[in-house]
Design a protein around this ligand. Structure first.
Ligand code: DX5
Ligand code: ZN
Length: 218
């Protein structure tokens, strides 16, 4: 299967959100990556439910919602209601990760877990079989347009082996600093989904850039 591309709307033009959502609809992208930040878990605030609802109104592809918030359990139902197909929480934000993952599934969404650059892949060993997605943060979360952290490649390989060993169906998503130079190496290491914000939206032809990312392993 070819790699999935999830443009991050964090880098979209919020004054022209409908235009950018429709560009993603037309493009070869597979998902919308939606970053929610609370100013507590990460040093930035992005947007919340009204903006996700607005995206959902025009989006013709699934919403992959990545929540960088403390206490994610509080809002699982609300994320389902505004249209998330997949909900990813942070390993570092959950006291009872197993409970949270199952609450997401019980609410009717696919469940993902994100790990920060300092968090070892090995910590996912006992939850990986229950996951639909692992988001490997390749920057410290909080901002778009940061520089890719190279240890991500090795971590992706470790996770790929763990997935095979544990018979997990989890996809590996790489999030942060993905560009046309590192995409092929990431795919080779085992990435199934590439998130791209800055690379897509700062490009002069975002649709063509999505297509280049999508075809970067070929
Ligand atoms: C960072 C977010 C990312 C971000 C990626 O905290 O989780 O999804 O939007 O943006 P780029 O691709 O610009 O690094
Ligand atoms: Zn993200």
């Amino acid at each position: 299967m070819s790699v999935l591309i999830a443009p991050s709307i964090l880098s979209a033009d919020f004054a022209n959100l409908q235009r950018d959502v429709e560009m993603i609809n037309r493009s070869q992208a597979d998902w919308f990556h939606v970053d929610v930040m609370d100013g507590v878990f990460v040093p930035n605030i992005s947007f919340g439910f009204p903006v996700i609802k607005a995206v959902k109104k025009y989006a013709k592809k699934p919403l992959d919602v990545h929540i960088m918030i403390v206490d994610p359990d509080k809002f699982i139902k609300e994320f389902k209601e505004v249209g998330a197909s997949l909900l990813t929480v942070h390993y570092e934000a959950c006291k009872h990760l197993h409970r949270t993952v199952h609450a997401i599934k019980d609410a009717g969404m696919m469940a993902g877990v994100a790990i920060n650059p300092h968090t070892s892949a090995n910590l996912l060993e006992d939850i990986i079989a229950d996951l639909d997605l692992i988001n490997v943060m390749s920057v410290n979360p909080g901002f778009g347009g940061q520089k890719f952290i190279p240890l991500t490649l090795k971590k992706t390989e470790t996770l790929k082996n763990m997935i095979l060993q544990k018979n997990s169906k989890a996809k590996i998503e790489i999030d942060g600093g993905v560009d046309l130079n590192n995409a092929a190496d990431l795919i080779k290491s085992g990435a199934d989904v590439l998130v791209a914000g800055n690379t897509v939206f700062s490009s002069s032809d975002p649709e063509a850039t999505i297509s280049k990312l999508k075809n970067s392993s070929k």
